[in-house]
Write a protein that binds this ligand. Structure first.
Ligand code: NAD
Length: 423
């Protein structure tokens, strides 16, 4: 019998609500391990911090920050830091929980964690962003470390933010500790291939999913929401394989060209996360993005984007979840009824955490691998994990999402059961 947590709001459609519904769907397949299900429904620990900083005009502003450890049964916490004006505790808890599932689905020796700062980075100067990052890092310092919890980039954070986090942590402990974060600049212990790793994983799992439904990539029409780290790298790889990028949406613009856009037109979209000027494409209404004629849809922005109504309208045959939690549970049901295949976030976008794992291992050994070695290892791990999930889905007659949760929850709960309760 689940006792609701008193410190979170449920029933608001948050990422945490979505995650709990996904857990409900997997429980019938967990056999005796289901007795440990409660540990999936509660984060191990939650830290909320005050982040006061001096603004450039001399005033002081306070920001809210969070770091959540969802489950550490299988290893140290792993999960990104998000800076966004809509960050809530419920969102960060959901994202941390998906990291537990994701790291287990691809069998990395990590647990799930996530952090967030409620702020709009577009309203901050670079110096203010640095001060927020450093103060937040100091506040969460008791929870992080190479053996405890290793943050990484997420929405609106990048290798520069990771460099500030690494430096702040290192200054506090009096030694350079590169392995406290991943997604760092390559010259500071970062890994080759990390920047594009998440998009690469979307591409690798997407190619296999397309093959399984008999969809040719060459000439396939692709629509992508989000042109940041994940969406832009995925766009480049799909375009490189002969697919046509017919529609793009960022937080401001939506553009459409049925003949496909050339990647050269997108300039530095991946760095700035904005589409910018695409002469060959026409602007369309934000809501029209969901009606675009396409074969593959890649949501690569925020969670909760595909609700049941939008799921009814999608033209795509395949949805590749570059973002975390873009599809609501009711939409999952509509897509399943309509025969639209969804490659779920916990496997589709796992390329980032896989190469973060490689970065962490390289930092420990101070021995660095070539980019081709990294890409090859990434492709092997993500593809074999995806094939195992497809096999589980076939065996149980469930969606790829439920199958990924079965594979992952079995690993997490087996670790929980073997470790037993302390004290
Ligand atoms: P990013 O900050 O680099 O880019 C985010 C993109 O989403 C930008 O193009 C932004 O304009 C767009 N966006 C924001 N709000 C939007 C809205 N309301 N409508 C449409 N577009 C909007 O972030 P990212 O790192 O590419 O992360 C994108 C998603 O992928 C997130 O869900 C994140 O959790 C997930 N993810 C990221 C990584 C990673 O390695 N960075 C790994 C796994 C999953």
């Amino acid at each position: 019998m689940t006792t609701p947590l008193s410190y979170v709001q449920t029933g608001t459609g948050s990422a945490w609500d979505t995650y709990l519904s996904q857990v409900d769907r997997v429980v019938p397949y967990l056999g005796p391990l289901a007795q440990w299900q409660e540990s999936l429904r509660r984060p191990k620990r939650v830290l909320a911090v005050d982040v006061p900083i001096e603004m450039d005009d001399g005033s002081v502003r306070h920001f809210e920050g969070f770091r959540v450890h969802h489950n550490l049964s299988r290893g140290p916490g792993k999960g990104g830091l998000r800076i966004h004006h809509d960050v809530t505790l419920e969102e960060i808890m959901g994202l941390a929980a998906w990291m537990t599932i994701k790291t287990a689905a691809v069998n990395l020796p990590f647990g799930g964690a996530k952090g967030g700062i409620r702020a709009d980075p577009r309203q901050l100067s670079i110096k203010e962003l640095e001060r927020i990052t450093r103060r937040y890092t100091s506040e969460i310092a008791p929870l992080i470390g190479p053996a405890q919890d290793i943050p990484a980039p997420d929405v609106n954070t990048n290798s520069q933010v990771m460099a500030w986090m690494m430096d702040t942590y290192s200054m506090n402990v009096g030694a350079t500790v590169t392995g406290v974060v991943t997604g760092k600049p390559v010259h500071l212990g970062g890994s080759l291939g990390r920047t594009r790793a998440t998009g690469r994983g979307v591409f690798v799992t997407g190619c296999e999913a397309a093959r399984r439904i008999g969809l040719q990539l060459s000439g396939a029409r692709v629509a992508i929401q989000g042109v940041g780290n994940v969406g832009f790298a995925a766009a480049e790889l799909f375009a490189g394989a002969g697919a046509k990028i017919v529609a793009l949406q960022d937080d401001v613009d939506t553009v459409y060209n049925p003949a496909g856009m050339a990647m050269t037109e997108l300039g530095h979209a991946g760095v700035h996360g904005r589409i910018g000027t695409v002469k060959s494409a026409a602007p369309i209404g934000r809501e029209d993005f969901w009606d675009v004629d396409c074969d593959i849809l890649i949501p690569a922005a925020l969670e909760g984007q595909i609700d049941a109504a939008r799921a009814q309208r999608l033209k795509a045959k395949l949805v590749l979840e570059g973002a975390n939690g873009p599809t609501l549970p009711a939409a999952d049901d509509v897509l399943a009824e309509r025969g639209i295949v969804v490659v779920p976030d916990v496997i589709c976008n796992a390329g980032g955490v896989i190469v973060s794992y490689f970065e962490w291992v390289q930092d420990f050994s101070s021995f660095f691998w070539s980019e081709s070695e990294i890409n090859q290892r990434l492709d092997n791990i993500i593809l074999s994990a995806f094939l195992a999930i497809c096999a589980t889905a076939g065996r149980l007659g469930v969606s790829l999402r439920t199958a990924a949760f079965v594979v992952a929850c079995e690993r997490v709960l087996a670790a929980r059961a073997d470790r037993g309760l302390y004290p």
